[in-house]
Design a protein around this ligand. Structure first.
Ligand code: MG
Length: 361
């Protein structure tokens, strides 16, 4: 196609610019040259040095996963090894993020001390490129809580494409649903594709909140005290299964195995300025979504308050806060993920996921 016609078409589509399209071609060229996409490419500095990044990773191939602290320098501290070196008896199991989160302030103080010592002595010599990152919480203890329609524009864009036309006004309370625990996928894991069942697989970049302590009927003013940290999440969804196949529920189409990549780490609240956070999705390097926390309709305190009303939240519970506009099924014409596609989910200031769609054999 003539470049000018291509450019006009892109501009007409309104969703991508020539710049992002060219970036997409470059990203494609890099991956086709064999550059590995299954690890962290770069560590962006946190908003403040009071924040920490906690990951679950394999420090060597085929060894059990353990907690790592990821430093701005691009190095990872092996928490178990560092604690041993300092003769520190940890208040939690070093192979379990859930155990660490549940250990509360005591465990966090130990982690802060280890991170400070490692940063000072510069002993952390393991690069992020040498370790395999799993989801920070590889096996969630309960379903992942999700918020639907949390951006006005996303609610509007889906109106025409939705099967159920009965909901026309924006809800007064957050819309909640859950994803099963087997949706959990690693930050660079593959998304299973099994057509025709998954032919309408779609992307939903989201900011995930990890709960730090048990609570029920949490007041909105207290809610931020219950936040352990933030992570990148993609509420990957099969649209026809979500909307049609099983009576219009939101569970099955949201709950296929691997349809919830998360990571590469959890950033504690001190390291994130929520108002600066952008929620971005790229497919094969082309930007599809780019929203901001500021545009989120029900903010995190309200979400926690309403969700915990009569419902106990536990340490390590995950709440995904909804996706901005730009999803595939509402596009004209609609777009869906297909084998070979690379879905990139970037939560600025937090982290980036990169998941390739792979046909099941
Ligand atoms: Mg969603």
């Amino acid at each position: 196609m003539d470049l000018n016609i291509q450019r006009r078409n892109l501009l007409k589509a309104g969703s991508v610019t020539l710049g992002t399209a060219v970036m997409g071609l470059q990203a494609h060229a890099q991956t086709s040259q064999g550059e590995s996409t299954d690890t962290v490419q770069a560590v962006q500095p946190l908003a403040s040095s009071t924040g920490l990044r906690f990951a679950t990773c394999q420090f060597k191939a085929n060894t059990p996963a353990r907690i790592g602290i990821v430093l701005d320098s691009g190095h990872v501290i092996d928490v178990q090894a560092e604690a041993k070196r300092h003769g520190l008896k940890l208040a939690f199991a070093a192979d379990s993020m859930l155990s660490f989160i549940a250990s509360g302030d005591g465990g966090m103080a130990q982690m802060q001390s280890l991170a400070a010592k490692a940063a000072k002595s510069k002993v952390a010599s393991i690069s992020v490129k040498q370790v395999k990152f799993l989801s920070p919480i590889p096996k969630p203890q309960s379903n992942i809580y999700c918020v639907g329609w949390n951006y006005l524009e996303h609610f509007e864009e889906g109106k025409e494409a939705r099967v159920d036309k009965t909901v026309t006004a924006y809800p007064e309370h957050p819309v909640f649903f859950t994803k099963g625990v087997h949706t959990m996928n690693s930050p660079f894991g593959t998304i299973p594709y099994d057509a025709p069942f998954t032919a309408m697989a779609d992307w939903e970049a989201e900011l995930a909140v990890v709960i730090g302590k048990r609570g029920r009927n949490i007041a909105e003013e207290q809610a931020m005290n219950y936040v352990f940290g933030y992570s990148a999440f993609n509420d990957t969804t099969v649209r026809d299964v979500q909307q049609k196949r099983h009576g219009g529920q939101w569970f099955k189409g949201k709950s296929l195995d691997g349809y919830g990549p998360m990571g590469p780490w959890i950033v504690t609240p001190g390291g994130v300025v929520l108002d600066d956070v952008r929620i971005i999705c790229r497919v094969n390097g082309v930007e599809k979504q780019n929203g901001s926390y500021k545009e989120m309709y029900f903010k995190i305190p309200r979400i926690i308050a309403e969700l915990s009303r009569g419902l106990t939240l536990e340490p390590g519970d995950i709440i995904s806060t909804g996706t901005p506009p730009g999803v595939g099924f509402a596009r004209k014409p609609p777009e869906f993920l297909k084998p070979g596609d690379v879905m990139e989910t970037e939560i600025t200031g937090v982290g980036t996921l990169r998941n390739r769609v792979k046909a099941e054999s």
